[in-house]
Design a binder for this molecule. Sequence first.
Ligand code: FAD
Ligand code: NA7
Length: 540
Amino acid sequence: TNGYHTTDIDALVIGAGFGGIYQLKKFRDLGLSVKAIDTAADVGGTWFWNQYPGAMSDTEAYLYRYSFDKDDLLSYPWDKHYVYQAEVLRYLKHVVKRHDLRRDILFETTLTDATWDDEARVWAVKTSTGVEFRARYLVTALGLLSKQNFPNIQGINSFEGEKYHTGAWPVGVSVKGKRVGVIGNGSTGVQVITEISKDVDHLISFQRNPQYSVPSGQRAVDAGYREWVNANYEEIWRKAKDESKTAFGFKENDDRPTMSVDRETRNELFEAAWKKGGGFRFMFESFNDISTDEAANEEAAEFIKAKIRAKVKDPAKARKLMPTQLYARRPLCDAGYYEQFNRPNVEVVSLHETPIDQITAKGIRTLDGVEHELDMIIFATGFDAVDGNYTRIAIKGRDGVSLKEHWEPTGPTSFLGLTVTGFPNMFMILGPNGPFCNIPPAIETHVEMITDVIEAAEKTRISEKHNPTIEATPTAEQGWTDECDRVSQQSLFRKTASWIFGANVPGKKQTVMFYFGGLADYRKKVQEVAQSGWKGFTIE
Ligand code: FAD
Ligand code: NA7
């Protein structure tokens, strides 16, 4: 009647990245009728969209994957310590094939509008292709780093060359022999600059705030290492999930403050971490207070700055690459980033010294009047993170209140990063205030909890006319929001503007977006909720 073709199903999953793929499988295992949809033309999520040169995971390969499929863990090959985009995409396609999931995924299909029907107790979900799903359960795996952030720079549309956002990188673009400008130098900017500098004619990195980056330690995997991983995989995952905060494959130091050792020892420990490689490792393995104590933070920052000074030969370039903020964003690592600036064809423009005036037909003009002529502009300007994909679509819960309206007064809130009061039977994978850590095990934790609570509710379903509802209580949502706020109080990340606290997009509310207590503690809380008979939820 409304022009839509209606399909009744038990569960609908939005998104076909790491989160959606696993949720689809779990629903199918539960015996529910289920479909997944994605705007993208194939599976992969992040790894479908981010095909820019150099795109790579900075979680080590052995932990940047699912843990649920034991046989696959032991047999699926990876030949480097960090996996590049193409390999992660290949892996996710392999998982989809292995579990025969593709037949239930609709691509190039976007959720535009979802409304809770309180009488029928179903979600009415409209899509861009004219299909309306009526689903008893709705799981949104929309991605926390998925909605691209384009800066609002004057003249952006007048540029006559090529322009791309790294998060929507078209396949087949070549930078060879071109004059390329890169705006942004976070994780993505660092990766793209490191990869393309050798190929371009000329590269200009436009940097607002220079970042701290440490070596990744990328290298080939030898057979002995892989054997060791395979022999210890169970234990490796147990430690990552249940004993670690970041789940990056090392034990965070819980009891050694930076200033508890003398300068020489301190530098030895920094040097050892630098040699091992890995951004999270550098920040969290040697000392317990780099991200919470300003004096400690400064010690780590000074160590990295000395490395930058030593690596970058031209003092003028080195000065522009020198960070001025706290070392308190998602820690970066690279495979030779600073070294690229020793190439004569690679320049850095400090946007603090010479801000962008406007983008012109020919390139980028800075306020000193210089017009930097370019063939291509790469926007490595990040994402409207965490809630960006939620607030741009119309999701309406009980009484017609939208998620956007629910979140407007306070910033995005949830119970456990999973559910929101007033939105029954809707679950987010890595919604606001989920754990801040390596993502695949966080996703598995979410998917498994969602599946378990739905399984419990399904047992109460007495007839087809009585659809159960699961809803977070207002007290539970408020309690979790307060807890996330409390736990993040000490973090220096909170004092440094970045996507982690919603501070990278102009006009966006700055607020707590993650649980900073670590994955192990998070999983304990989830287990307590399950064991208590789903305290915090009302199941009817
Ligand atoms: P995504 O992979 O983002 O998938 C979400 C999907 O939902 C997308 O395909 C999107 O098209 C779809 N979608 C969104 N809205 C709609 C809609 N309305 N209708 C239909 N479909 C929709 N994490 C780590 O832990 N370690 C790393 O090393 C790491 N490296 C990263 C590097 C890059 C360059 C980026 C961008 C992210 C990285 N991440 C990393 C984070 C990464 O996003 C997660 O690890 C993981 O891939 C997220 O999976 P997901 O399924 O939750 O979301
Ligand atoms: P980030 O970390 O948000 O970095 C974005 C970069 O873009 C950063 O250097 C920003 O400068 C810069 N930026 C953003 N807007 C502008 C404008 N208007 N002008 C100039 N420069 C701008 O995104 P990434 O994609 O690198 O990484 C996001 C996550 O994805 C990462 O943590 C991994 O988990 C994967 P700023 O520093 O804010 O001054």
